[in-house]
Design a protein around this ligand. Structure first.
Ligand SMILES: NC(=O)C1=CN([C@@H]2O[C@H](COP(=O)(O)OP(=O)(O)OC[C@H]3O[C@@H](n4cnc5c(N)ncnc54)[C@H](O)[C@@H]3O)[C@@H](O)[C@H]2O)C=CC1
Ligand SMILES: O=C(O)CCC(=O)C(=O)O
Length: 530
């Protein structure tokens, strides 16, 4: 079988390929070369990127086999997460890999803009010895405003505390108690801008944050303000920044990120009171190794059909090892469930009973939906877009948990109502040390059938001689019956029979057997496992 194709679209640490191991066909493409990227994506199962590759709706549409977009870093503004989710593509990042490096670069920029280090260095290298020109300022006892008190903002604040600075922060999503813990005073953006001698920005670029710092803010700032942006270009309005620096409305700026990267032709490059780095926040050996290894692991998991802890568009939560074996069982129960339906679904209850509910079992709901809709949808159904399939069909879904399971240690059930009023249920469990996946109930009939690739489910009027009839019909057609279970609720009532057979049964034969035993239900269900 061909190995899954993993596309590396930007320069990543060699540790990435090592961590991927030998199981993949690893290919390289320049993610900024659009035609090459789109062509390579057509065959890719996974793509690994940094910040320069645009994985937008067009790229996702070109990637029919794509299962995962892995961002070796934090920011995901170059990935269209909505389009990926709709296509069932998992998006993962490496949320903690480069935060220390980014925080240290911001501190570096703060110090070097305070002390003119880049200019003084360039001057000395050009043969000059100018000392008074490069007189700077201290951070000690200055007011420093941190915009965004998330992972990186927090690391920056912790490090700046050692400089004896007074710290302010603006972050509407952080509690004052959390800020207080860090020795930071939470203020409004206006207050932060008005009071700060230095500002450092650590927020994502979103429609809300684009242009957050612009002409209005620079007008309120102290003339000695020095502002650093190591998060994303465009959060400081570049035109407003140019005007503020050009007119000495503020004292200086340091940028690692730009609206357009590289910022070729930007007038900012000409200013004397700005220092610039080419998006180097994550460019350390340590960050690159951590990011590469982290996304390689995520890609392995994703391509093995597992859920991934760092996935940003899967609501699965952390999966406990006790819950993990239930995932493939639930997915197969989902396939059995939808194999038994004849009408559209109205509602689904995913029920989880037993000790397992001590842990987060949300992932079992996703697995059930994946199993159910993979039989109904023509496009790829994954843990990512399975809830969307339910939503688009107007199917109400509930997860019901109960710590008590009377007969089995853990019992998984999918119960649903169809739009024609029919009620349907399928239950399963894992038995023995080998954790054999078994169906233990269908529509209220108790059975105990190991799940096999080909199942036949029949419901008919219980009467003598029926088993011999369908046994002969299948035998005559060379269909080998590997296992069989018959259940009934009362003598002479209806009986449900589940057969496991070694090969697929042609529709014409099923129809023939249905007629021969006058069955009320006759279904073959082929279980597909990806
Ligand atoms: N220059 C570089 O190479 C790097 C840049 N980054 C950038 O740094 C950004 C921050 O990274 P993390 O700290 O890991 O993210 P994070 O998600 O941990 O923190 C972001 C913080 O911003 C806050 N926030 C969101 N919207 C806001 C708004 N409108 N006003 C004020 N605060 C707001 C959030 O509440 C959160 O606390 C990333 O989004 C990424 O774009 C990250 C790594 C490297
Ligand atoms: O990979 C890079 O160099 C960019 C890092 C970055 O900006 C991020 O992780 O958000």
């Amino acid at each position: 079988m061909a190995k899954p194709v993993v596309l590396i679209a930007e320069e990543l640490s060699p540790a990435t390929v090592e961590a991927l191991g030998p199981d993949f066909d690893v290919r390289n493409v320049d993610g900024t070369d659009r035609p090459a990227l789109l062509a390579a994506l057509a065959e890719a199962d996974a793509i690994l990127i940094r910040s320069a590759t645009q994985v937008d709706a067009e790229a996702i549409a070109a990637a029919k086999r794509l299962k995962v977009v892995a961002r070796a870093g934090v920011g995901l503004d170059n990935v269209d997460i909505k389009a990926a989710t709709a296509a069932g593509v998992m998006v993962v990042n490496a949320p903690t890999s480069n935060v220390v490096s980014a925080a240290e670069l911001a501190i570096g920029h703060l110090l070097s803009i305070a002390r003119h280090i880049p200019d003084a260095h360039a001057s000395l290298k050009s043969g000059q010895w100018k000392r008074s020109k490069y007189t700077g300022v201290e951070l000690y006892e200055k007011t420093i405003g941190v915009v965004g008190l998330g992972r990186i903002g927090t690391l920056v604040a912790q490090r700046l505390a050692g400089f004896g600075a007074q710290l302010l922060a603006f972050d509407p999503y952080v509690t004052p108690a959390r800020a207080q813990q860090l020795g930071v005073t939470l203020v409004t953006l206006d207050e932060l801008v008005e009071r700060s001698d230095f500002i450092t920005i650590h927020i994502p670029r979103t429609p809300e944050t684009t242009g957050l710092i612009g002409t209005e803010q620079f007008a309120k700032a102290k003339p000695n303000l020095r502002i650093v942006n190591c998060s994303r270009g465009g959060i400081i309005d570049e035109d407003a920044l140019y005007a503020a620096l050009k007119s000495n409305r503020i004292a200086g700026a340091a940028l690692d990120v730009f609206v357009q990267e590289p910022p070729t032709g930007s007038p900012l490059l000409e200013l004397p009171n700005i220092q610039l780095t080419p998006h180097l926040g994550a460019s350390t050996d340590e960050a690159q190794e951590k990011a590469g290894v982290s996304v390689a692991r995520s890609v392995r998991l994703a391509l093995e059909g597992e859920l991934v802890p760092d996935a940003v568009n899967v609501a699965g939560g952390v999966i406990h090892q006790t819950v993990r074996p239930g995932i493939p069982l639930m997915e197969k129960l989902g396939q059995v469930f939808s194999g038994l339906t004849d009408s559209p679904l109205a509602s689904i209850d995913v029920e989880v009973r037993g000790e397992i509910v001590e842990h987060d079992v949300n992932v079992l709901k996703l697995a059930a939906l994946k199993g159910i809709f993979s039989r109904m949808a023509s496009e790829q159904v994954s843990y990512v877009n399975a809830p969307l399939h339910a939503e688009q069909r107007g199917v109400a879904v509930r997860l019901i948990t109960d710590a008590v399971s009377e007969e089995y240690r853990n019992l998984l059930t999918i119960r649903g109502s169809l739009t024609d009023g029919t009620q349907l249920s399928v239950s399963g469990t894992l038995t023995g040390t080998k954790q054999i996946q078994k169906i233990v109930e269908i529509n209220g009939y108790d059975v105990e059938v190991p799940i096999a690739e080909h199942l036949i489910v029949m419901i008919y009027q219980d009467r003598p001689g029926i088993v011999a009839v369908y046994g002969k019909e299948f035998g005559d057609a060379s269909i080998n019956i590997a296992g069989m279970q018959i259940a009934r609720r009362s003598v002479g009532g209806q009986a449900l029979s589940v057969l496991t057979v070694d090969s697929k049964v042609p529709d014409s034969l099923l129809e023939h057997v249905r007629g021969a035993i006058d069955a009320d239900l006759m279904k073959e269900i082929d279980i597909v496992v990806d």
